[in-house]
Design a protein around this ligand. Structure first.
Ligand code: KG4
Ligand code: ZN
Length: 340
């Protein structure tokens, strides 16, 4: 079964053709990073417009690379939640139109589910029950998965998502957007033991990352002997390259440690778990990969947003008996939980 997966929930326009949830026939991703680099973050209106400009060329290329015509495609899958409203609209409206035009069954997929299913895009697949650590720009959750398409949230962030924290800390340090890759790069030349950053005390399996961001801010101000009233956007002008690298490395170490502490706690609470999978943009992080040698990670190119994971998620939904949605009625949900 060949599924065309379409993803536009944030700032990547992506489409892919995947056979039987695993064999990647094509994978096309157009990132808007170059547009948003100068702004230090995504501007929703601009993101929606650029999705519209490239979505049809991206889909056409995905079909061409896969050597497929519309007759070869068995179903269309698209991200309908959660994400930026305008971005989700462009992807879903395009998918709805194509489904009607070419008379294909249409599947609406939750974005976090897709991220998790990036771990099924390879020969070695994880065993159930499992824990999924989903870490992206918008989410930080630990999910318990008893079987395919069966998700229970057992931990979530109470404030910022971890990717958001990487992005905000990068901004303080004057490193380019998106912060994750630029912090990881700067950290390579830094001393991760230089600055001691506190781990938040949050009960159960929940996370909190806004305190870590503030801790970095205070540590930078202290290092520079500047008062806490000093504007955060100006701090970067006073830091040396070595200080920036040391802050990046110390922050990355704290972020990785916080994730691992909670994961260990979750494993103690769910002793029947057979495997751990990590997913979402932050799962590209090499320090985290090194710290979790036994966990499943997607290939780095499938850590961030892509269409292949959407097609894989839809395939397993179909296997679990999920029926296609009515293309005339499909709705978007910018903020909906994976459990609903
Ligand atoms: O999953 P994703 O592409 O989009 C969302 O669904 O949010 O995740 C984007 C996030 C950004 O915050 C970015 O800084 C982070 O993933 N990220 C990383 C790395 N690569 C991307 N964070 C840490 N280390 C990385 N290597
Ligand atoms: Zn994502």
């Amino acid at each position: 079964m060949k599924i065309l997966g379409i993803e536009t929930s944030c700032d990547e326009t992506a489409a892919a053709v995947v056979e039987d949830g695993q064999k990647i026939l094509s994978n096309v991703v157009v990132s808007q990073i170059d547009i948003f680099k100068d702004y230090g973050g995504v501007i929703p209106e601009v993101a929606a417009r650029s999705h519209l400009e490239v979505i049809m060329p991206v889909i056409k290329k995905a079909l061409k690379d896969a050597n497929c015509g519309w007759d070869d495609i068995d179903a269309i899958a698209v991200t309908h939640a959660p994400g930026l409203l305008g971005s989700l609209l462009i992807g879903t409206l395009t998918a709805r139109t194509l489904a009607i035009l070419h008379d294909k069954p249409l599947y609406a997929v939750h974005h976090l589910k897709s991220h998790v299913y990036a771990n099924w895009l390879s020969d070695q697949t994880p065993a159930f029950p499992l824990l999924a650590l989903v870490i992206s720009g918008g989410h930080t959750q630990i999910l318990y998965m008893r079987a395919h398409n069966d998700f229970k949230i057992i931990g979530t962030t109470r404030d910022d998502a971890i990717g958001e924290c990487f992005d905000k800390v990068a901004k303080i340090l004057g490193l380019p957007y998106p912060g994750g890759p630029s912090i990881a790069e700067a950290a390579k030349a830094g001393n991760e033991n230089k600055y001691q950053l506190p781990h938040p005390r949050v009960e159960n399996l929940d996370f909190s990352f806004s305190g870590l961001k503030t801790a970095v801010l205070r540590a930078v101000q202290k290092e520079l002997n500047l008062p806490i009233s000093h504007p955060s956007h100006d701090l970067k002008n006073h830091l040396t390259e070595q200080q920036i690298n040391d802050f990046a490395a110390s922050f990355q170490r704290a972020a990785v440690e916080i994730l691992i502490e909670k994961l260990q706690k979750a494993l103690e609470m769910y002793p029947d778990v057979q495997s751990v999978v990590v997913a979402g943009g932050v799962s590209a992080n090499q320090a985290l990969r090194d710290a979790l040698p036994e966990a499943y990670f997607p290939e780095p190119k499938f850590s961030g947003d892509n269409g292949a994971m959407v097609a894989a998620a839809a395939y397993y939904e179909i296997q679990s008996g999920v029926k296609p949605t009515d293309p005339y009625k499909l709705n978007i949900y910018p903020r909906i939980s994976i459990e609903s």
